[in-house]
Write a protein that binds this ligand. Structure first.
Ligand code: ATP
Length: 255
């Protein structure tokens, strides 16, 4: 079997003034895999998401997604191309319902503006009805169907985290990047989330996962890339990473 490369990070360096946040980092994400991105605090994981999604431009190096170079591409263009993400700190529209939050995600992808209600054509109305159906289906998938009409601000912390994933999925991405989705979860919630991440992949999405909990990372990923001080120090299967001396040293160094 041949596995296609979906995203290619090639020799990416990004500097913020005197800080080199990423230093010549290269790795591939293969279609259909769950790739873990780990490393001690400040290693450059979130920066990696930021350069992949157009928040920052790399100082040097290239990123290619499904054959297209992302250089100079704006965030919304990258979303449309098929990369979605969640954030370390939850970023929901607090005064909108759960369903509306997912619809806003879908809207980032479609050409139909949900807020121009008076100007809608029959075709747009039909598209809107379909989007609602799809959004409801995503909420159901995330176990949030009964929360659809509740304001995001009133949802439990765990439900807000899951809603973020539903909203990211609503843009119909090929690649979904999760930035510490289990932060603040108890062990039982982590087990549920692990299962959900696998189900997300089984629906056909490719997943990139930043996560500090080693048990979760080892249990859910196919491969892992390890960063330390902006450099890639290791790459391999969970079993290979667990036994890698450089990785063990990096983690012991910060304990
Ligand atoms: P954590 O696990 O703590 O979230 P991380 O691996 O995600 O860490 P990054 O947030 O990517 O690490 O940060 C990598 C380095 O880049 C840090 O030294 C950080 O201070 C620096 N950095 C990131 N963004 C900026 C910025 N906009 N301006 C200046 N420095 C930045």
């Amino acid at each position: 079997t041949t596995t296609q490369t979906l995203l290619e990070v090639h020799d990416v360096t990004i500097k913020f003034g005197g800080i080199t946040a990423l230093d010549g980092v290269s790795f591939d994400i293969r279609e259909g895999e769950i790739l873990g991105l780990i490393g001690p605090n400040g290693a450059g994981k979130t920066t990696c998401f930021n350069v992949m999604t157009g928040v920052y431009q790399p100082t040097s190096g290239q990123i290619r997604f499904a054959g297209t170079g992302l250089a100079k591409m704006k965030r919304h263009a990258i979303t449309r191309l098929g990369i979605a993400r969640t954030f370390q700190n939850i970023r929901l529209f607090k005064s909108m319902t759960a369903l509306e939050n997912v619809l806003v995600g879908a809207d980032a992808h479609s050409r139909v503006g949900f807020f121009h209600a008076l100007l809608r054509t029959p075709l747009q109305r039909r598209e809107e009805a379909e989007s609602r159906e799809r959004a409801m289906e995503l909420l159901k998938f995330m176990g949030l169907a009964r929360r659809a009409d509740e304001l995001a601000v009133n949802l439990s912390y765990g439900d807000q985290r899951r809603l973020e994933i539903a909203r990211a999925m609503a843009t119909n991405p090929k690649l979904i990047c999760l930035d510490e989705p289990a932060a603040g979860f108890n062990p039982a919630e982590k087990v549920v989330l692990m299962d959900l991440i696998k189900k997300v992949r089984d629906r056909g999405y490719t997943v990139l996962l930043i996560e500090h909990d080693m048990k979760l990372v080892m249990g859910v990923t196919d491969r892992i890339v390890v960063l330390e001080f902006g450099r890639k120090i290791a790459e391999g299967t969970p079993a290979e990473i667990r036994d890698n001396p450089a990785v063990i040293a990096a983690y012991l160094g910060v304990e």
